[in-house]
Ligand binder design. Structure first.
Ligand code: NAI
Ligand code: BAL
Length: 506
């Protein structure tokens, strides 16, 4: 029998835990059908942590059968109030176990424990509270009076069996954005974590069971995207799929739906979000927001403000102060233990991502010969893991690959603009449309920008301070659909129209 649990010790926090390593189907941890496993690595050290069971197509079928049976026999007959009670039970358990869950994020994803992983858990608590309260509120239809002899009404009904594929940059938070919304709406779920960050969600499964969710309502199939993700996207008995990750894979998911059963698709994909700084902005505050908006989570944010446009009249001053702030507040030097309070910029997730980001930095420096500032020497001496210092490229032309591509690391490009029209044109010149930020004291200009920018989120005088009660999602190649807020439940409901004939004659 394969190992389905291992003991994990986190001496820095004096935490010991029993880590599940199996697939989670019908409320039980089980081995994969072919016994294959995946090794997961601590990105702060590059050393292996443990290995977990890797699902395959056969296991996906098993999970879908469990989810279908749970939907048909139990979950579709469970009242929305009761679903809210299960989510409230879950909330209490997350509160009790938040330090352990945050510690697992730090260990497996390299997120600085104090300044980052704990923040993810705070958001998870907030959204679980919100979705627990929404279960019996957002599923109401409407009555539509038609003629004397006819009226209609609508019912909001869950899709049934929902698949969810989540990435590694916010492993548990992204899972909870999707999971709690789908459960509140009355669906059963099969969820796939990213292959490099599966531990926190597997531990979370123990809370799902303790919270009282019936077997089969939540199923977890860790494994490779090209195998398990693809099997979910093309499965004939899954009614909806929600995906967060790269735009490229988002396209595969959409295509797989089209080639299989036209399952409903929500996609939350890449971004290259602009931040505009006008000459009337509060410069110090703008810089603080922008630095956090790109360097937090080592730049591994789909909404990171990775393109900064500054009005020419304040450009030099901005660049000088931005570098100072990056060095003072966001340097990585000698802070290589993400459990230590001093570590603010953790490692990036993997050697693959490290090499990818490094190649962009090399390109900017050598091929494109751009002005570059880094808070520390790179590669960093003394770091075993995948640490990259905050990197600022200046005077970057609009045609640069560094300005057009999503780099997904602590790398930012800064350029000039002359006036509002120029700034807007540059900001909209991208295939993405996830988020944007504008810094100005001119209320009119700020709202003009909110109107004119083609992006799903606009921050005025802030950046990346998302809120779980506000809808989130992208324009253009950044995605399809919305999550969080009321949309976070609505996206898992479909509308049925009922026509009523009151006529006595026909
Ligand atoms: N929007 C976001 O939050 C994220 C964006 N990205 C972007 O993607 C780039 C590459 O990162 P990756 O880890 O390669 O992202 P990815 O898109 O391959 O991974 C995200 C999730 O999709 C799954 N997946 C991979 N191939 C799949 C397939 N064929 N069918 C279904 N699911 C599949 C993965 O297993 C993972 O769970 C990053 O540099 C970044 O630009 C990555 C992660 C999150
Ligand atoms: N900030 C959570 C969404 C994301 O960056 O993927």
């Amino acid at each position: 029998m394969p190992t389905l649990y291992t003991d994990i010790e986190i001496p820095q926090l004096k935490i010991s835990l029993k880590q599940p390593l199996g697939l989670f189907i019908n409320n039980e941890f089980c081995p994969s059908s072919d016994g294959k496993t995946i090794e997961t690595v601590n990105p702060a050290t590059g050393e292996p942590i443990t290995s977990f069971q890797a699902a395959n197509e056969k296991d996906v079928d098993k999970a879908v059968k469990a989810a279908r049976a749970a939907f048909d026999n139990v979950w579709s007959k469970t009242s929305s109030e009761q679903r809210g009670i299960y989510l409230s039970n879950l909330l209490k358990l997350i509160e009790e176990e938040q330090d352990t869950l945050a510690a697992l994020e730090t260990l497996d994803a390299g997120k600085p424990y104090h300044s980052n992983a704990k923040g993810d858990l705070a958001q998870i608590l907030q959204l679980t509270r919100y979705f627990a309260g929404s279960a019996d509120k957002f599923d109401k239809g409407a009555t539509i009076p038609l003629t004397f002899n006819k009226f209609a009404y609508t019912l909001k009904v869950p899709f049934g069996v929902v698949a969810q594929i989540v990435p590694w940059n916010y492993p548990l938070a992204m899972a909870c954005w999707k999971l709690q919304g789908a459960l509140a709406a009355g669906n059963t779920v099969i969820i796939k974590p990213a292959e490099n960050t599966s531990l926190s969600l597997l531990y979370f499964a123990t809370l799902i069971k303790k919270a009282g969710f019936p077997p089969g309502v939540v199923n977890i199939v860790p494994g490779y995207g090209s195998l398990v993700g693809q099997a979910l996207a093309s499965h004939m008995d899954i009614d909806k799929i929600s995906f967060t990750g790269s735009t490229k894979v988002g396209g595969f998911v959409l295509e797989a739906s089209g080639q299989s059963n036209l399952k409903d698709v929500t996609l939350e994909c890449g971004g290259k979000s602009p931040a505009l700084v006008f000459e009337d902005a509060d410069l110090d505050k703008a810089i603080d927001w922008i630095a956090a908006g790109i360097f937090y989570n080592s730049g591994q944010n789909c909404t990171a403000n990775s393109r900064v446009y500054v009005q020419s009249s304040i450009y030099d001053k901005f660049v000088e102060k931005f570098k100072e702030t990056a060095k003072k507040e966001w340097d990585v030097a000698e802070k290589f233990d993400p459990f230590d309070e001093k570590c603010i910029v953790g490692p990036v997730i993997s050697s693959t991502q490290y090499d990818r980001i490094k190649s962009y930095i090399e390109r900017g420096k050598r091929e494109e010969k751009l002005g570059m500032f880094q808070t520390s020497e790179f590669p960093i001496g003394g770091a075993k893991g995948y640490f990259i210092p905050p990197t600022i490229f200046t005077d970057v032309p609009q045609t640069s690959k560094l300005l057009q591509d999503e780099i997904f690391g602590p790398v930012v490009v800064v350029s000039k603009f002359t006036n509002y029209d120029d700034a807007l044109k540059l900001a909209n010149d991208t295939c993405y449309g996830l988020a944007s930020a504008v810094f100005t004291k001119d209320v009119k200009k700020a709202h003009m920008f909110a109107r004119d920018i083609k992006a799903g989120t606009v921050w005025i005088n802030s950046s990346n301070d998302e809120d779980v009660t506000v809808p989130f999602g992208g324009f253009k190649m950044s995605g399809i659909g919305r999550e969080l807020g009321q949309s976070g439940v609505d996206t898992y409901l479909q509308t049925k129209a009922v026509h009523i004939n009151l006529s006595l004659d026909n």
